[in-house]
Design a protein around this ligand. Structure first.
Ligand code: PHE
Length: 333
């Protein structure tokens, strides 16, 4: 055979045999056949080399070395391939990186609520709960909000039934956690020191700081000689505990049917005072309505917006972000 054709043929069949070798034995057989020292086909090529004319020898010799090196390196890389543990076992590529499970986090509002309970717990306030579906007695009447009061306006509340199963009267989604003040005092004699955290509902126009559902922390302390100064101290200490020592809190005179005197509570956020809730001394009418003696005990109460505090702590400028369930937002907490 013409030497060049012989080299080509050798190369082609060596490449085919080595690539086709599926086991170490088959690869060894290919090695013996094509590169074997004693009678491999390389030997035949070498013999051919001896027959070519002297002037052609250099070129053909180069070609010989080229083919030999190529087949040798192909053999060793196929060797490595066969030595490597199997990638795919039972249809599963075991060399792929594993999928990291996504671990969720508690919702920022839930985290805030837990922290609020913790802080207030240190001040001696026990966390209690109340229902979100309420009757007028607990949402209004016992809170000294008379029948004709505008706070009862259907346009400002989510009434859900004209006659509740247990109350007989209208039923609504509570518009404030102050309902829990009443429910607690109804079943517990003084002294009282509780907080209650949960959802409240108001058909407000939604904007960056208003949502028709949000969370409040109600606080109530009733005992002998409870004072406005104590209320102020508790709220200031609470705000500092959650937002840091430098937070500024101010009280503005206000009105709520269930407290007298009443204040609105603001905190400074940057340059702006923002309202975070209401508070005051429990109105004697409220104490009387639950069977307490206003001559024997006094109390303070407050209701704070949970979202507003959380927003200031984390510089969240839009309350709606909390309810959109966008994982990119929620993952940050
Ligand atoms: N319930 C009031 C509100 O939702 C806040 C408040 C609570 C005011 C307790 C005084 C005392 O706006």
């Amino acid at each position: 055979m013409e030497p060049n054709a012989a080299f080509d043929e050798y190369e082609r069949s060596a490449v085919a045999a080595i690539s086709a070798a599926a086991t170490a034995e088959q690869l060894e057989a290919a090695r013996v056949e094509f590169l074997g020292k004693k009678q491999g086909r390389l030997k035949d090529l070498q013999k051919l080399l001896g027959q070519v004319a002297a002037e052609e020898r250099r070129v053909i010799g180069q070609r010989f070395n080229e083919v030999k090196t190529k087949v040798e390196s192909l053999l060793s890389s196929r060797q490595k391939e066969l030595d490597r543990p199997k990638r795919v076992i039972a249809g599963i590529d075991i060399t792929l990186p594993g999928r990291t499970p996504k671990i969720g986090v508690l919702h920022p509002i839930t985290q805030t609520i837990e922290e609020f309970k913790d802080i207030m717990g240190r001040f001696g306030f026990t966390a209690v709960e109340g229902p979100e579906i309420e009757d007028e007695q607990h949402n209004f009447t016992a809170l000294n909000i008379p029948a004709e009061h505008p706070a009862r306006d259907p346009l400002d509340n989510f009434y859900i039934a004209a006659a509740g199963v247990s109350s007989g009267g209208p039923v609504l989604l509570r518009s404030q956690t102050s309902t829990v003040q009443i429910r607690t005092m109804e079943r517990t004699p003084p002294p009282i020191r509780i907080v209650s955290l949960g959802r409240v509902y108001r058909p407000d126009t939604q904007d960056d700081t208003h949502s028709c559902m949000f969370h409040q922390m109600e606080g109530l302390m009733v005992d002998r000689d409870v004072t406005m100064a104590q209320l102020k101290t508790v709220l200031a200490l609470f705000a500092k505990a959650y937002l840091g020592e430098d937070v500024k809190v101010r009280f503005r005179p206000s009105f709520f049917p269930f407290t007298e005197p009443s204040v609105e509570v603001d905190m400074l956020w940057g340059e702006t005072w923002i309202e975070v809730g209401g508070a005051g001394m429990v109105d004697p009418n409220v104490l009387r309505a639950v069977g307490y003696d206003p001559e024997a005990v006094t109390g303070f109460a407050f209701g704070l917006g949970v979202e507003r505090f959380c927003m200031r702590r984390h510089e969240v400028r839009n309350i709606r972000l909390f309810y959109e369930n966008d994982a990119r937002f929620l993952r940050q907490f």
